[in-house]
Design a binder for this molecule. Structure first.
Ligand code: SF4
Length: 349
């Protein structure tokens, strides 16, 4: 099937690109595109939905309109501006990348040149180089895997996304348009995001339905095939402790990597040994990668004896309630803190 599709590449490009030209979503990084806009949007879009990224992107461009402006900022300012987008290493890497690019006589023009820069993996390198520099290299993300496996009815069983990327990469590279690689890659991703849905793909509206073996087969939803994922359940107990107009928080050190420098509500241990159900003020669930995390937040009474434990732990900090807006809390913790303060849980017990 793959050989047949590759042999029809010219006709496939024509159908796909005509559809993309006519129907692509109007997004701010596609409006008067530039290398810098492409880089920032690709970093923001890693693991994050377009709708979530939009307001951040607009504000970012006003504040730091090019690599040079971003390189003048501090890492702390950059991470603060990223607050709520999650995966904060992206912000730190983007900042480091801007500092490097701002010093170069000219930025790299190929995926091989981009991939050595901070935070740039094979996907991001291919996206930046093809969209902004015309390098004929294909991107392979979840959307592209779905479209490609359906186009050729590839029923191999993949262990995970990484395995699927490796397996589908040769077909993606063989199919990429040598003339319009950037539009081609964006069109493939756009097709996956807006037509070739995981469930109920809109095959009757699809510009490449005539090339699609999965649709011809009658059940495209069965591609791609993945082994069932093993999820791990994690239970965390956190404290809501206010004393003297200050909230107790943990500011993660460098060892926390992804959360380095960021504030979160502290875990109950070792500050409080006994927690009572009646003191629960919130229960939150979230999923990160293959973990299902349930976090229970307990309001707790301040006791002088706690100060010894707090003094011994350099990451625990009392933060004035009036100063909370100025620190960088991780996204979920910002929402929880705002919610608990709005509910008046901020009062001392
Ligand atoms: S025809 Fe259907 S399954 Fe095939 S690529 Fe288009 S939307 Fe996806």
């Amino acid at each position: 099937m793959a050989e047949r599709l590759i042999s029809q590449a010219d006709a496939f490009h024509k159908a796909l690109h005509a559809w993309y030209d006519a129907y692509h979503r109007l997004l701010p990084w596609r409006d008067m595109p530039s290398l810098y806009k492409t880089v920032v949007s690709e970093f923001m879009l890693q693991q994050t939905q377009v709708d979530t990224v939009l307001p951040y992107f607009e504000k970012w461009m006003l504040r730091w309109p090019d690599f040079q402006a971003l390189a003048q900022a501090t890492e702390e300012e950059v991470v603060k501006a990223w607050e709520g987008l999650g995966y904060y290493n992206r912000a730190r890497n983007l900042y480091r990348l801007a500092c490097l690019v701002a010093e170069m006589p000219e930025p790299p023009k190929t995926a091989d040149g981009w991939i050595v820069l901070p935070g740039v993996g094979p996907y991001t390198a291919a996206a930046i180089a093809s969209i902004a520099c015309g390098d004929p290299v294909a991107v392979v993300d979840g959307n592209v895997i779905r479209v490609l496996t359906r186009l050729v009815a590839d029923d191999r069983m993949f262990k995970d996304n990484g395995t699927a990327v490796k397996a589908m990469d040769p077909l993606a590279q063989a199919l990429v348009s040598p003339v319009f690689p950037g539009d081609h890659n964006q069109a493939m991703m756009e097709l996956g995001a807006t037509i070739c849905y995981r469930l109920k793909p809109l095959c009757t509206m699809c510009p490449v339905v005539n090339f699609c073996a999965g649709a011809a087969d009658g059940d495209p939803e069965r591609f791609p095939r993945f082994l069932p994922r093993i999820t791990e359940r994690v239970f965390l107990k956190r404290l809501w402790l206010i004393h003297d107009g200050k909230l107790l928080l943990r500011q993660h050190g460098a060892a926390a990597k992804r959360l380095s420098g960021m504030y979160e509500l502290p875990l109950a241990e070792p500050l409080v040994a006994i927690l009572l159900d009646e003191d629960i003020v919130a229960k939150k669930r979230r999923a990160i990668s293959n973990q299902q995390i349930e976090e229970t937040i307990y309001q707790c009474r301040w006791m002088p004896v706690m100060e010894k434990v707090i003094a011994k732990d350099p990451e625990l900090r009392w933060v004035q309630l009036s100063d909370l807006g100025g620190i960088t809390l991780s996204g979920p913790h910002r929402r929880w803190v705002n919610e608990l303060l709005a509910r008046g849980v901020g009062e001392e017990m």
